[in-house]
Design a protein around this ligand. Structure first.
Ligand code: PLP
Length: 389
């Protein structure tokens, strides 16, 4: 492993959404959108560079090597035997969520989500003309839990589909097998289909284990579209490469028909070599990144408890995102933004974008060198302390 995770790569001036979008001040430190301030694994950089040097960027086909890289990874890391025929390529996980909504429901249908949740979950329901059926997660002893009573009421009331975020963004839960089985049993009982966004499945700390929802039983697999990608895990979101896994042939046909209708089946030229290098050669890089992120989380949690005891971090079990309860500051969303961007000159994500239950929370991206995290937290603490004085 030759990457020094303590070193901040040059990102400003690279057309980076995270670093160059600006917040009215070029000095704002960006710890928001979920990409990492770590260079990719050397294997990925080599594979993409070699591909670029071919000098012709033509239409691309899917190879056995690509499929084996995916199936091998999920067998090794998640005890999940995916067949190559279950895989459909897609330009992104969010596009897959939207395609799944279109292929499995009709306009006006109710779709369940568990808030607070990654904001595009709202968009793929509402902008496709479907109805939101919200089951807020319960925050109990600093940990989110599913509200099975509410979920069952929504299903009994006719909801057609459930969007599952597993592991959960922004709350950082890695759902246990028991929690997922209880959820899945309800879905099977009420004929509710499931779209499982498992993009964070490989970003799980060693004390926890991710269970692919569709791997838990044939009955669950039969009602599920699982949306996956190497992009979050290996820091390649700009390569627009992801895939859906669907073992039920009828659901797969419906999903594939939407892909065809929108002419989205073309594979990104750089996607397959990056995916192969990620899944076949980048495990040591991932282990190092996970250990680093976990130590960043420990650092941030102890910083907050010493310097800002009014704030309560919700300790993540997975993902590189730390969700912080700032409700004791008593600031409405616009004021929380002002505090971040103008006074502290940092950009975390403001919680209300994840739904009403996110109001008063902030989400901090921990996938960055420690010095950057420390500087951002110091700026944040000084801004809050100077408001108090
Ligand atoms: C839960 C979740 N799904 C999907 C995405 C983005 O997926 P894509 O860029 O492949 O559309 C993210 C990015 O942060 C995410 O957190």
């Amino acid at each position: 492993m030759t990457i020094d995770l303590n070193e901040l790569p040059r990102r400003r001036g690279t057309q980076s959404l995270k670093w160059d979008q600006g917040f009215g001040d070029p000095d704002v430190l960006p710890l928001w959108v979920a990409d990492m301030d770590f260079k990719c694994s050397p294997a990925i950089v080599k594979a993409v560079s070699e591909r670029a040097l071919e000098g012709i960027y033509g239409y691309t086909i899917r190879t056995d090597e690509y499929e084996n890289a995916i199936t091998g990874w999920f067998r090794r890391r998640h005890d999940w035997n995916i067949e190559a025929g279950w895989i459909t390529d897609s330009p992104g996980v969010v596009p897959s969520l939207s395609l799944a909504v279109q292929s499995l429901t009709n306009p006006g249908d109710e779709i369940i989500l568990q808030s607070p949740v990654y904001s595009p979950f709202y968009d793929v329901i509402l902008k496709n003309g479907r109805k939101l059926a919200e089951s807020p997660l319960l925050l109990s002893n600093g940990r989110y839990e599913m509200n099975y009573g509410r979920l069952e009421a929504l299903m009994r009331g006719g909801a057609k589909l459930l969007l599952l975020c597993s592991p959960q963004n922004p709350g950082g839960r890695v759902w246990t097998k028991e929690e997922l089985v209880r959820l899945g049993d309800l879905c099977v009982k009420y004929g509710v289909k499931v779209v499982a966004d498992e993009i964070h499945c490989d970003l799980v700390f060693p004390e926890h284990k991710h269970y692919p929802f569709a791997s838990l039983s044939e009955a669950f697999a039969d009602i599920t579209i699982t949306c996956l990608a190497p992009s979050k895990t290996f820091n390649i979101p700009g390569l627009s490469t992801s895939f859906a896994v669907i073992s039920n042939p009828k659901l797969k046909r419906q999903f594939d028909d939407r892909i065809q209708a929108l002419a989205l089946s073309s594979v990104n030229f750089f996607g397959p070599p990056a995916t192969i290098a990620a899944y076949n050669e980048s495990e040591p890089w991932l282990e190092a990144v996970l250990a680093y992120v976990q130590s960043n989380q420990e650092y941030a949690v102890s910083f907050l408890s010493e310097q800002l005891p009014a704030l309560t971090p919700i300790v993540s079990e997975g993902t590189y995102l730390l969700w912080v309860d700032c409700r004791e500051l008593n600031l409405p969303p616009a004021e929380l933004k002002r505090l971040m961007y103008k006074e502290a000159r940092i950009a975390f994500n403001e919680g209300s974008q994840y739904g009403k239950e996110g109001e008063g929370f902030l989400r901090i991206n921990l996938a960055c060198p420690r010095d950057l995290l420390a500087e951002a937290l110091n700026r944040f603490a000084s801004a809050i302390q100077s408001r108090a004085n």
